[in-house]
Design a protein around this ligand. Structure first.
Ligand SMILES: [Zn+2]
Length: 152
């Protein structure tokens, strides 16, 4: 959300409330650069939110980044790019429909893993191994056994 005064795109959400039918949300924002306060009306399709990363820093959700990670996991796998894009869009819409200001990256990771699991087992394991940052090969093998055992 661009600051109407200085054009800075980073702002802090002070207050966030959905209207009665949950089709849009009114947000009171403060520009992090010039401290000017302004109000935005965001609809479900364009509602923005921040991702709380593991190190507690926040960044604006970027669908492109989400998609890149998923494409990487599906590298050389027989998964059509259109399917991956559709999955990323589904995830984005699911997150937007919560109308939350901030969402932990762990929650997003879970959604991605659920989608990849439905698309391709190998892509799922690849993503899970990066996402869960296994401490050693033993933990990874344990998890892998669980993952592969679940469908059988
Ligand atoms: Zn500003």
């Amino acid at each position: 959300m661009k600051c109407p005064v200085c054009g800075n795109i980073d702002s802090k959400v002070l207050d966030s409330r959905p209207n009665s039918d949950f089709s849009s949300i009114r947000r009171r924002r403060e520009c992090t650069q010039c401290q000017k306060r302004f109000t935005t009306f965001e609809t479900i399709e364009n509602v923005t939110f921040s991702v709380i990363k593991k190190n507690k820093t926040r960044e604006l959700f970027d669908k492109r980044k989400l998609l890149d990670g998923m494409i990487k996991a599906c590298e050389k796998r027989p998964v059509p790019i259109t399917e991956i894009e559709k999955a990323a869009t589904d995830i984005e819409q699911t997150l937007q429909s919560t109308m939350r200001v901030e969402i932990p990256s762990a929650e997003i990771g879970e959604l991605v893993m659920a989608k990849l699991k439905a698309l391709d087992d190998v892509a799922y394991v690849r993503y899970a191994s990066v996402y869960k940052q296994f401490k050693d090969i033993g933990t990874f093998m344990e998890e892998l056994k669980q993952i592969l055992g679940e469908d059988k």
